[in-house]
Design a protein around this ligand. Sequence first.
Ligand code: ADP
Ligand code: MG
Length: 648
Amino acid sequence: MIKLGKMKFKTETKRLLDLMINSIYTNKEIFLRELISNASDAIDKYHFLSLTNNELIQTDYEINISIDEKNRTLTIKDNGIGMTYEELNANLGTIAKSGSADFMKAMDDKANADKIDIIGQFGVGFYSAFMVSDRIVVLTKSPFSDTGYKFVSKGEDSYEVNEYVKADHGTEIVLHLRKNLGSEENLENSVDDFNEFLEEYTIKSLVKKYSDYVRYPITMLISKQVPVINELGEEDKEKTETKMELETLNSMIPIWKKLKSEVTEEDINSFYKSKFYDYQDPFSYLHLNVEGNITYNSLVFIPQKPPHDLYSEKFEKGLQLYVKGVFIMDKCKDLLPDYLRFVKGLVDSADLSLNISREILQQNHQLEKISINIEKKIVSELEKMLKNDREKYLDFFKNYGVNLKYGVYDKYGEKKEMLQDLLVYETVNGDSYITLKEYVEKMLENQDVIYYASGKTKEAILAMPQMDLVKKQGFDVLILKDEIDEFVFNIISSYQDKKLKSVNQGNLDLLSKEEKDKIEELKKEKQSLLEKLKELLKDDVSDVILSNRLTDSPVCLVSGEGVSFEMEKILSQMPNGKDNVKASKVLEINPNHQLFNVFESLYENNDEALADYATLLYDQALLMEGFAIKDPVSFSKKMCELMIKSNK
Ligand code: ADP
Ligand code: MG
């Protein structure tokens, strides 16, 4: 039995309607996206059935929008599947399962209750039209029903359904737009401008913005100024008249849905520039048409230059998300790991539901799969570039390498296996960048660790006293220039079973057994001098030892295990840095250096100058390590005295 006339909305529907009607949500415009996507779904359904049902004739599918300024209506019409009486009641009379239901759930959550702002994140669907309309008329006819139906609602607690004569299948939704609040003179004070939805320009832009890639033509009559044709059939250049022309507002086939073989690099480049507001071609891009377990199309780009605000807190990473060609959101951050924040692009998937909300997105397995998949593809593309086009890769690395390093370091090295082979470093022996793998391949026979040193330039590193023995052995040393490098190497810790070792750190273990024994013996012999020096410098260093690595330099500072000097410097620049952990400092003295003899004789003669000499020695070591000395004035005074004394 079909019951016509007035019917009550279910309570939850009523609540949703209340929310929509009283909504102060600022993005009311999304209603158009919702109605167009419903229309597109309806055509999809019709088309799908027509493939197997001969009674359904395939037509030229179309979604038409029309504006009636006089009556203040906006109409969206499709020739899709339409609705039967039962469907009309089930679909528009109650909250359809999907998006709207999720939305209501979120609204039940107290924390969200006053955040009307979340509307746009849900596919609140059909009901969103009540944000802009005070009356909605739906005229619909299903090919499986003899008659059409008319649904009318003011969004209050009831709606009305009656039979309606409609010749063609499909649905026509007539929105009676709300009046602007406030009087004519008082327009600025009106919160909402509903009149704008009666303007061709607004509708055109909204379709471009949200529905450009809907598969079916979205048409509208557009007014054009054309020259008047005179009696002779010629154009009269002086006079124009307004003519209405049917225009298709959307571009329909998105470039990313085309097969790779169908698009040229030029097409992609110009698409990139217009879509992502760049004046340069992308540095590199990937066009992904993935089918199978998950189905999606994606275009991802690496810009030539990193965005200027890439490292600012305000920077938002993410890819644009489309579902079945319908724009969902601009920066879906779940689609990109942090270390790929510089990547721009978009993803379009048919596996996701249009009603997906931000909250749900985070736990969405499909989306997670897509994200992992894209990450892998980008990484493997970079691997390829590193292998096949080293020059290009180095260009990339100069701009974005720091991000990859961050990727290795982040989350306690969760991704180090995947990313460490993408890191390249300069070395002291070569003049190009190499990978860890290449370093290991070139290691000398008697070398079993990977050496690295932090410094601003290669020259500075070569001049470091700690380098003496390493240089003598001919071992290569990776040069670490970025602040994050030492943190990254700490996380990697070893590569292909070879330990990563800083030349600035203690126990380098570079000597033969004989040499070691000799040093041990010497240590015992000089024990008391070393103890004395240690006492003199007790506030500054944790130990004073004889060096087994220095050849030309009299002294050097090394750090113990744990925090390195470079790390200490970086940590000290952070907020409250003064209190941060410090590296433990060990002073290494070269027993073969002339200066050592001077210390010995001062010590033996109980000379008071020993204390000054010790601080001078320590200050020198500090300077060589790039630390500031504690008391520059006293340092300079002592130096002067010494110079004067030596020339007396
Ligand atoms: P959703 O699209 O998430 O299902 P909506 O509130 O947007 O939720 O729409 C509710 C239902 O109403 C749709 O699932 C569909 O069955 C029906 N519907 C809406 N618009 C149309 C239309 N233009 N043609 C046919 N059915 C429609
Ligand atoms: Mg919908």
